[in-house]
Every structure is written in structure tokens, then in C-alpha cells.
Design a protein around this ligand. Structure first.
Ligand SMILES: Nc1ncnc2c1ncn2[C@@H]1O[C@H](COP(=O)(O)OP(=O)(O)O)[C@@H](O)[C@H]1O
Ligand SMILES: [Mg+2]
Length: 268
């Protein structure tokens, strides 16, 4: 499968203060494909996600978008980039004091001066798309975790982005809700040719949606390739990663911490 790359990450090293958490991360993100970044909790997925979305800009190495270095973007170029990407954070990151409708409409208010009626219709369309048409007036505190993820996805999609970045879409969700999110992601690739990057520690979902898989381990890329290549990898570490259900206690600990504390638990 020949692919054009919209983003190239090359030799990315990342730090929190003096502590290095990403080491020489290098891989491309092909256009109109689903790239899944996998790895156990704490391996650096969210940090990489923050670099890709332009939120964390310090570090060594390069992320180039259409051949231009994201690290050297001016504020104006960064704003343009943010218009082209939709982002769903691990925590959902809805504003608690705003209704779902107002949360989802937020990017339109920031980036456009569309008429109120247009905003209302566009917001309703996206609510509909994620199955929340009846819930526009609800506050985030009144809905379930799965619904928050879907509302977050509706907000990520409101600008009809060219690229979608999603951090842990299905963590902490029941299997049926998680499968629904996976289907929604796949349909965005199919119907709109969207470039999608999904970060997850869940194997089943990864193999269901990925065109390309990047496996991270302790801040480094351990393996990258098609799902078949990853599944058939001769690397014993990849093998061990794919078979870690054999250690249900570890799996449950990961799920437990992701669910309970989201982004915060390792950041203290
Ligand atoms: N804000 C932060 N400040 C300091 N260290 C952090 C911060 N966020 C993450 N880390 C550390 O960076 C490493 C990678 O974390 P993260 O990118 O969140 O991994 P993942 O998303 O794969 O669980 C972990 O060791 C974590 O403790
Ligand atoms: Mg994370």
C-alpha cells in the first residue's frame, strides 16, 4: 500500500523539566489512513499526542506537517493548523459550566463568525452524528462517560477537520459503547478520507481500526507497520506486548488507573 505522508515525526525527544520521556521517536502519519499509537500506560503516548496537536512545543527533533516544521510555526500558523485538526483529549475536556450544545459550538465561536442560526444547525448535525441529538441541553455532569467521549468527538469534528487526533477513545467504556466509537472513527475515514491518529492501550480496538500501528515502549518506538506486520512480528518484546492479557492483573491495573484518574495519575 503506497501512502502519502501528511506528517513526519523525526528524531523527537521530549522532556518534562530535565526528565526525558520520548527518545528519538520517528514515524510517518499517512494521509487518509488510521494510525494507531499503542503501548502500556506511562510509555509516552499522551506526551506524543500533545506534540502532534501543537500543545507541547519544546523538545528536540522535528514534527513536519506538509513538509513544514511545526516547532517553528508562528502563532498565526499554529492557529491555522488548529483549524485543520480535530482533537479529542483523554479526559474528554468538556467545559462543565456549558451545555453539550455550547461545548460543541465552541470551536465555531473561536474560529468563525458564522450566524447563530448556522452554528445551531451545524451543532445539531454533529450531535446527531454521535447519537446525542436529544441531549444538547444537558450539562456534562448529567451524562455518562461514554456520552462525554461522544460529545468530545462531536466538538472535535465541528470544524470538519482534515485530521482527527483521539487520545484513548474507548478507555473506561463498556465494550458496546467502545465498539460504537470505533465504528464512528472508521466511517470518518471511509466517508471523508480523514487522516486519523488514535492513541490507545487497548489491543482489540487497535487491530479493528488501524491501517498502521506504532507500538511504543518506555518512550521509544518498539515497532511500526501494518496490523499484519505487527501481529507477525518476530520481535519477542512485541510478542510479549500483544500477549499481555496473559497477565490480567496488570491489564486491570492499567484500566483502573486510566479510568479513575485519566491524564493526571502519573503527572503529580
Ligand atoms: N505533566 C507532566 N509532568 C511531568 N511528567 C509527566 C507529565 N505528563 C506525563 N509525565 C510523565 O511522562 C511519562 C509519559 O506519560 P504519558 O505521555 O502520559 O504516557 P501515556 O499516555 O502513554 O500513559 C510518564 O512517566 C509520566 O509520568
Ligand atoms: Mg495517556
Amino acid at each position: 500500500m503506497s501512502m502519502e505522508n501528511i506528517i513526519e515525526i523525526s528524531g523527537l525527544n521530549s522532556f518534562y523539566d530535565s526528565r526525558q520521556v520520548l527518545f528519538d521517536v520517528t514515524f510517518p502519519i499517512p494521509v487518509s489512513r488510521v494510525t494507531v499509537i499503542m503501548g502500556v500506560s506511562g510509555c509516552g503516548k499522551t506526551t506524543l499526542f500533545r506534540h502532534l496537536t501543537g500543545l507541547k512545543r519544546t523538545g528536540r527533533g522535528q514534527i513536519s506537517v506538509d513538509g513544514r516544521d511545526l516547532g517553528s510555526f508562528s502563532e498565526k500558523m499554529l492557529m491555522e493548523y488548529r483549524r485543520r485538526i480535530g482533537v479529542l483529549f483523554q479526559s474528554g475536556a468538556l467545559f462543565n459550566s456549558l451545555s453539550l450544545t455550547d461545548n460543541i459550538a465552541m470551536p465555531l465561536h473561536v474560529h468563525t463568525d458564522l450566524a447563530e442560526e448556522t452554528v445551531r444547525i451545524m451543532t445539531l448535525m454533529k450531535l446527531n452524528m454521535v447519537g446525542l441529538a436529544e441531549f444538547g441541553d444537558y450539562m456534562p455532569s448529567q451524562i455518562s462517560g461514554g456520552m462525554k467521549k461522544r460529545a468530545g468527538l462531536a466538538r472535535a469534528l465541528i470544524m470538519d477537520p482534515e485530521m482527527l487526533f483521539v487520545d484513548e477513545p474507548s478507555s473506561g467504556l463498556d465494550p458496546i459503547t467502545a465498539a460504537g466509537l470505533d465504528r464512528l472513527i472508521l466511517s470518518l475515514r471511509e466517508t471523508r478520507g480523514m487522516t486519523i491518529v488514535v492513541v490507545t492501550h487497548e489491543l482489540e480496538s487497535a487491530f479493528k481500526i488501524a491501517d498502521r500501528i506504532v507500538v511504543m515502549d518506555d518512550g521509544r518506538v518498539m515497532a511500526a507497520g501494518s496490523p499484519e506486520q505487527i501481529r507477525n512480528s518476530a520481535d519477542p518484546r512485541v510478542h510479549q506486548f500483544l500477549n499481555r492479557e496473559a497477565d490480567p492483573y496488570k491489564m486491570h491495573m492499567e484500566a483502573y488507573y486510566e479510568r479513575l484518574l485519566g491524564d493526571q495519575w502519573r503527572s503529580q
